[in-house]
Write a protein that binds this ligand. Structure first.
Ligand code: ZN
Length: 283
């Protein structure tokens, strides 16, 4: 692939203008064919990736990309209130949240790994840091999705982001001990937090997830412990979809505020960049 996929994240990592991209790739694609790229999603808790990046995951999986989700914890203490109120034990809650996340990942077309590092608080240990560096080295993501740099409602989320950025740096360092070679410069996109204004979230990219929205909805419905969020994140996707239309020729074709034309953007997810795009032309 030498051009950015339509409606995808820009700066395709396989663009020849990105010489840092290594040619070799860790091939574990089920069909044993070389996937066009690897998308890695680092989620503090077991459900975050579904609400905030489920569309991106399903979209890239549908294009043949390898998508790997890392859940640093199950969200067992901080994001499972209903299960605690039902009298479940910690171990029962972790098992329930794991099963939900596994089912959601399967619907979206992603592989998933749980690092079981604990939540509320999520403590960044040397072991967790090294595990993430080795993940980056071994799986060589082209794009990484994770949380915002700020979140005054949730300490685990920005801690995860800081960890991801640090591990990306360490994975690029030739002196860091690892059986795997150093990585290039994967783009990092921050997915939309629950209260974007308070988190300093800026929309840099609206990803059209219309073709896969039903999959995202099905994946959200796996999260029975957080049923109150299904409607919230469906509404958000529709609102971002309208904004996406307003920022493209679609608005001029149909009129701002009008229903989108057939094939137009209906649902979208918002992302913020960390690093600049690079290339010989504006995108
Ligand atoms: Zn979370």
């Amino acid at each position: 692939m030498t051009t950015a996929p339509e409606s995808g994240f820009t700066q395709n990592p396989h663009n020849p203008h990105n010489p840092q991209q290594p040619a070799e790739r860790h091939d574990t694609h089920p069909a044993n064919t070389q996937p066009p790229g690897t998308l890695m999603v680092v989620s503090a808790h077991a459900a975050d990736f579904v609400w905030r990046a489920g569309g991106a995951i399903a979209l890239y999986a549908s294009r043949g990309w390898r998508v790997r989700v890392l859940c640093l914890s199950f969200g067992e203490r901080g994001e499972s209130a209903r299960l605690w109120k039902e009298g479940k034990t910690l171990e029962e809650i972790k098992a329930i949240r794991r099963a939900e996340a596994e089912k959601a990942a399967a619907i979206l077309g992603a592989e998933i790994r749980f690092l079981d590092a604990g939540d509320y608080p999520l403590d960044v240990t040397p072991e967790l840091r090294d595990a993430l560096v080795q993940e980056f080295r071994a799986n060589r993501p082209d794009i990484i999705l994770t949380h915002t740099l700020q979140d005054p409602y949730n300490a685990d989320h920005p801690r995860t982001t800081q960890l991801v950025l640090e591990c990306r740096i360490l994975a690029q360092a030739h002196g860091y001990p690892s059986p795997h070679p150093v990585i290039g410069a994967p783009q990092v996109f921050l997915f939309e937090p629950h209260q974007p204004e308070q988190c300093g979230f800026r929309v840099d990219h609206l990803l059209d997830i219309t073709p896969v929205f039903e999959k995202k909805r099905q994946a959200m419905e796996c999260m029975a412990a957080q049923e109150h969020l299904w409607t919230y994140y469906s509404d958000l996707a529709r609102r971002r979809g309208l904004q996406a239309g307003r920022n493209t020729a679609q608005a001029h074709a149909t009129g701002a505020g009008q229903a989108p034309a057939a094939g137009g953007t209906v649902y979208a997810e918002a992302y913020q960049r960390v690093y600049p795009t690079v290339g010989g032309e504006f995108v």
